[in-house]
Design a protein. Structure first.
Length: 155
């Protein structure tokens, strides 16, 4: 299964960029034997401002046929182990693509969140979208290590 993070905007040479790159590289290396292709980052720029325009740009970049999980503060909070089980379940039932979606500074368009297959929250706090990328990349890597039986995650 191909796993992606689709996010509005491009990160410059911020510390978060290094974290995202490192965790996605690690997840890709560890995920091969689990049937998970290298995790990629899809950075989306919208030609127009506003949530509806960003949602349209995300839809275009993601394309059809992907199982989408929208990152939203009102979404479902999962433990790391539950996220790993979710990824394994989607893979095992034959989903070909899983895309986690992160909105811009103002979040995702409510219609986009409603249309997503699922939602995911990183708690009730509001997080900078650049930091959410790093947190999500780490959680994907953690999920892969859980599935692989690695000692990285400790309950």
């Amino acid at each position: 299964m191909r796993v992606s993070i689709a996010a509005i905007g491009r990160l410059s040479r911020a510390p978060e960029t290094e974290l995202v790159t490192d965790y996605l590289k690690r997840a890709g290396a560890s995920g091969k034997s689990l049937g998970l292709t290298p995790v990629d980052l899809i950075e989306v720029e919208s030609r127009k401002s506003g949530k509806p325009a960003e949602a349209e740009a995300l839809d275009t970049a993601i394309g059809d046929g992907a199982w989408t999980i929208a990152c939203d503060e009102r979404g479902k909070a999962l433990t790391s182990r539950a996220l790993a089980e979710k990824i394994a379940s989607l893979r095992d039932r034959g989903e070909r693509r899983l895309v986690f979606v992160i909105g811009g500074a103002d979040g995702l368009d409510p219609a986009f969140v409603e249309a997503a297959n699922e939602t995911l929250a990183f708690g009730p706090q509001t997080w900078p979208h650049a930091l959410v990328r790093a947190m999500l990349a780490e959680q994907i890597y953690r999920a892969v290590t859980i599935l692989a039986g690695s000692p990285y995650h400790r309950d």
